[in-house]
Design a protein around this ligand. Sequence first.
Ligand code: WQD
Length: 331
Amino acid sequence: MKILITGGLGYIGSHTVIECINSKHTVVIVDNLYNSSIKVLEKLNKFLNKDLKFYKTDMQDIDAFEKVFKENNIDAVIHFAGYKAVGESVEKPLKYYDNNIGITINLLKLMERYNVKKIIFSSSATVYKESKILPLTENMPLGVTNPYGRTKLIIEEILQDIAYVDKNFKAVILRYFNPIGAHPCGLFGEENNGIPNNLMPYIVKVAKGELEYLRVFGNDYNTKDGTGVRDYIHVVDLAKAHIKAIKAFEFSKNINIYNIGTGTGYSVLEIIHNFEKATGIKIPYKIVERRSGDIGENYSNSDKAKKELNFSTKYGILDMCHDAWNFEKGK
Ligand code: WQD
């Protein structure tokens, strides 16, 4: 299939480009380079021995964006593009609604205009309401605590509304848990300009000596050791889930929602311990107050994806830590 990948030079996007090419699909990449670099395209072309079709396009500019559809006979879309910093979304909600919703509406308008009926959407576990009942399944209550998460939920609902009226429209919504790690080749990973928001990008900066210590946001949660528990998944396992989702178009219903996680929760202290074990590097840390908006614990039940998509994970937590460091130290 010819697959349009929006945000295809980003962290998860670039890993998914690799898996699409490995699975003999053709890809067309759209990215505005807001949170990525043209260097990623150069590395992808070299690594894959390809000359990947790339459009540096702001999807907010629908006339410029339409060129992609005019020039390529797109079969399906994998939609990653969007701002993703939770904290920033709280500070600048309009920036998040305008961009994340706006670019998606432009995408859906062009898909309708060019009769493209298949989309895989990059959603997030952040759409779930904090739950005392774990693991989370797809039918658990939804509820968001920040504008970033709300944009994910709104887009899920837009896709469901379109699927309701257009029986040929097929959307596969993947709710990612916490993607970390990097491609084992060491060339692709989470690029961070500035101070990272997320746990693993922060840890690798401490390992590199660029940051003095890790702040552990609270150790008074009702979890195994008091620190936050999350379901971390290797970014390559996550990328491969998209290939399984492409196959789902053959048999799927109009709307298909899947958790994509490992089903295992690790605390912050356990991540520190596993990173030290995987790399031999000590990670100094200080327990500080909780980060506003954080929940104590969540992890997935991904059985639906396992059953319907034949999804499985290959990498463990030590691989995730090793590969994250392997990429960072090679930058
Ligand atoms: C993980 C744990 C923190 C940093 C968010 C979004 C999700 C996705 C990933 C975009 C928590 C603790 C973190 C630090 C810490 N976003 N932590 N010190 O908040 O689970 O998920 O990012 O794709 O949609 O909701 O991820 O990595 O920020 O935090 O103690 O310096 O690590 O409190 O328990 P989170 P995270």
